[in-house]
Design a protein around this ligand. Structure first.
Ligand code: NAD
Length: 376
């Protein structure tokens, strides 16, 4: 079996699908790994490191490969370059780009979308949304810390006492919890809010205060552990109450997402204007429209002296470790799919069928098919 790792082409994408250590775990009698020249350079892995572990460096890693591993979804030209019967494993933004799923199906590709990996214990080591969110949560705090004209920890010095930064984190999923831990380690006073009351204990165990809002969040979690969308009245009341807390914070980090939907707006423009000059908002939902009304995707803007940071690909800003974790997710998934040196598709298996997006000329995921039929 030949595995191909092309160089990523999406603007700003510095990650690579396999790092040399991951290649080492795959190459053997049955498996050959081809890596496009320069594919790992932006993440800090030069071609020589891949060669040392037995990969072949090639000008084109897609032609002739049985399995193609990518980070970002392929563009139109890259989809056309895929051959019938090839297996593609990548982030494919299935709910945001259903037309891409259809193109892959028409191309006869068997495509697995890492976003569709079931969030079950058995698939934890294949869960790339979690691994990359971990990096995002960490990076968000570092961005905030370097933009804020203050330091995070309390300091008592001969030159006076500095009070600790106050950080408010909205959304305590994987990224939010990592942000809490990172901000706490830097010495900030942290509080966090999530509509899923189940996370209160996790927030507190990281040394942050769980913010209780006067809102009924009874039915806030779906069977998969994700947040459910709330009514517009709920969001309006949430904006009012969170806005008041944001005004007292030096840093607000927002991570609130509802799968398959644009992000809820939780920090309106007037709440940003009510924050102290010099304060920072880092919006991790920027790629999905933003939790802050002022967020502009991939921009850092100033609103009345408040910095609003809308980077949309934070994992790519820490590409070595983000790639290392993503590659581990891919290797574990491949080992799950491969038997005796070949991909064996067991469609009865929850992990295989869960992550499958296109196969045998058809889009296999029901939610994506629904979006296509709805004209999305
Ligand atoms: P996500 O990225 O979809 O959302 C981030 C957070 O935003 C979530 O905690 C969500 O509840 C919160 N949110 C949504 N709307 C909000 C609002 N209006 N106000 C405040 N917060 C809001 O979520 P995620 O981080 O990918 O993970 C979500 C869940 O999945 C968690 O329960 C997590 O523990 C679970 N999970 C399970 C596994 C596993 O079992 N293998 C792996 C990863 C995650």
């Amino acid at each position: 079996m030949i595995i191909g790792v092309p160089k990523e082409t999406r603007a700003g994408e510095h990650r690579v699908a396999l790092v040399p250590d991951a290649v080492k775990q795959l190459v053997g009698d049955d498996i050959e790994v081809r890596v496009q020249s320069d594919a790992g350079s932006a993440a800090g892995f030069p071609d020589a490191q891949y060669e040392e572990v037995g990969a072949q460096i090639v000008p084109d890693a897609v032609a002739g490969a049985d399995v193609v591993l990518r980070v970002a979804p392929p563009d139109d030209g890259e989809v056309s370059a895929l051959a019938k019967g090839q297996v593609l494993v990548s982030f494919l933004e299935p709910l945001d780009q259903p037309a891409l799923a259809q193109r892959l199906a028409h191309q006869g590709v068997t495509a697995f979308a890492m976003e569709l990996m079931p969030r079950i214990t058995r698939a934890q080591s294949m869960d790339a949304l979690s691994s990359q969110s971990t990096i995002s949560g960490y990076r968000a705090v570092l961005l905030a810390a370097t933009r804020l004209p203050k330091i995070f920890p309390m300091l008592v010095t001969a030159a006076g006492t500095l009070s600790p930064a106050k950080v408010l984190i909205i959304g305590a999923g994987v990224a939010g919890l990592q942000a809490i831990g990172t901000a706490r380690r830097l010495g900030a006073v942290v509080e966090a809010y999530d509509t899923r009351a189940a996370v209160k204990e996790q927030v507190e165990s990281l040394g942050a205060r769980f913010v209780e809002l006067d809102l009924d969040t009874g039915d806030s979690e779906d069977a998969g552990g994700y947040a459910k969308a709330q009514s517009e009245e709920f969001y309006a009341e949430q904006r009012k109450q969170l806005g008041a807390r944001a005004a007292k914070s030096d840093v607000v980090i927002t991570t609130a997402l509802v799968p398959g939907q644009t992000a809820p707006v939780l920090i309106p423009a007037d709440a940003v204007r009510a924050m102290k000059p010099g304060s920072v908002v880092v919006d991790l939902a920027a790629a999905k429209g933003g939790n802050c009304e002022c967020t502009e995707a991939d921009q850092e803007i100033e609103v009345d002296g408040v910095r609003v940071v809308g980077h949309t690909n934070l994992p790519s800003e820490i590409p070595a470790h983000a790639s290392q974790m993503y590659a581990k997710n891919l290797v574990t998934f491949l080992k799950h799919l491969v038997d005796e040196g070949k991909i064996q598709l067991d469609l009865e298996d929850e992990i295989t069928s869960g992550a499958l997006l296109a196969h045998d000329g058809a889009v296999t995921n029901e939610m994506v098919r629904g979006k296509l039929e709805g004209g999305a």
